[in-house]
Design a protein around this ligand. Structure first.
Ligand code: NDP
Length: 253
């Protein structure tokens, strides 16, 4: 590891890397020296364009996009197997893929509830389960899970999402205790409001109200979150585990 390249030579897997926070993590990890395999579901074109851009800019490093629906255990298992085959070694897993289906709880359909839980929380099992043993056997690794301010504090209109993200926090703390002795850290990052397609869906007046609750009156950028994720993925954070770290610009809801 050098100061400029804290992820030099590391093998990194990122779910949901085709856009938003995941794409920013993929980009920064490659810039910091890693070989990266990342998943996409609907965004094949964007994923291939991102990989091409990064492979062209960083010859000698590998950036490989793979199709994966992380809500499906079989698909996620195939993704994990292909990711391991594409990398020389696995050091870091970033569980980033996630969805919202915001609506008042009284109006929420079972389908909306299940989509959110299966994607956000189910993926923690589906993707982490096949990848945790290779890291534990190696005696070193870092898992970084994307939870949310909503999972820590609860946001009205997001009962399913808050439940899924609170589940991720519990999963993170329990797994950290299980595998800390094998040299693997497990942490979660809890962003507040970050400018991506996910927050683009928030209606204008609500977005303005939310900004008024943030001291800087602005949403964060995907890069803000990527820097925290890549820090937690690096040896610099080797003594941090089982934590849920908010990155919310001082948001108080
Ligand atoms: P976006 O909506 O911008 O992107 C979501 C990503 O997840 C896409 O790459 C998408 O892939 C992927 N994805 C969604 N469903 C699946 C699936 N079933 N299988 C595989 N990939 C899937 O989200 P953000 O970048 O904003 O969010 C990233 C993470 O950060 C999420 O977990 C989110 O909950 C969390 N977060 C975001 C906040 C924000 O303000 N933006 C705040 C707090 C947490 P594709 O496009 O290829 O289908």
């Amino acid at each position: 590891m050098t100061d400029n390249l804290p992820l030099e030579g590391r093998g990194v897997v990122v779910t949901g890397g085709s856009r938003g926070i995941g794409a920013a993590v993929v980009r920064l990890a490659v810039e910091q020296g890693a070989d990266v395999v990342f998943g996409y579901r609907h965004g094949e074109e964007r994923a291939r364009a991102l990989a091409k851009e990064l492979n062209d800019a960083h010859p000698g490093r590998r950036c490989v996009p793979l199709y994966a629906d992380v809500a499906d255990a079989g698909e996620a298992g195939r993704f994990a197997t292909e990711a391991l085959a594409a990398l020389d070694r696995l050091d870091v897993l970033v569980n980033n893929a996630g969805v919202t289906r915001d609506t008042l709880f009284a109006r929420m359909t079972a389908q909306q509830w299940n989509e959110v839980i299966d994607t956000n929380l189910g993926s923690m099992y589906n993707v982490t389960r096949p990848l945790v043993l290779p890291m534990a056997k190696q005696g070193r690794g870092a898992i970084v899970n994307l939870t949310s301010y909503s999972g820590v504090h609860g946001i009205p209109g997001q009962t399913a999402y808050s439940a899924s993200k609170a589940g991720i926090a519990g999963f993170t703390k329990a797994l950290a205790k299980e595998i800390g002795g094998r040299g693997v850290t497990v942490n979660a990052v809890a962003p507040g409001l970050i400018e991506t397609d996910m927050t683009d869906a928030v209606p204008g007046d609500k977005a303005e109200y939310l900004k008024s609750l943030i001291p800087s009156r602005s949403f964060g950028s995907p890069e803000d979150v990527a820097h925290l994720v890549c820090y937690l993925a690096s040896d610099r954070a080797r003594y941090i585990t089982g934590q849920v770290i908010e990155i919310a610009g001082g948001l108080v809801l």
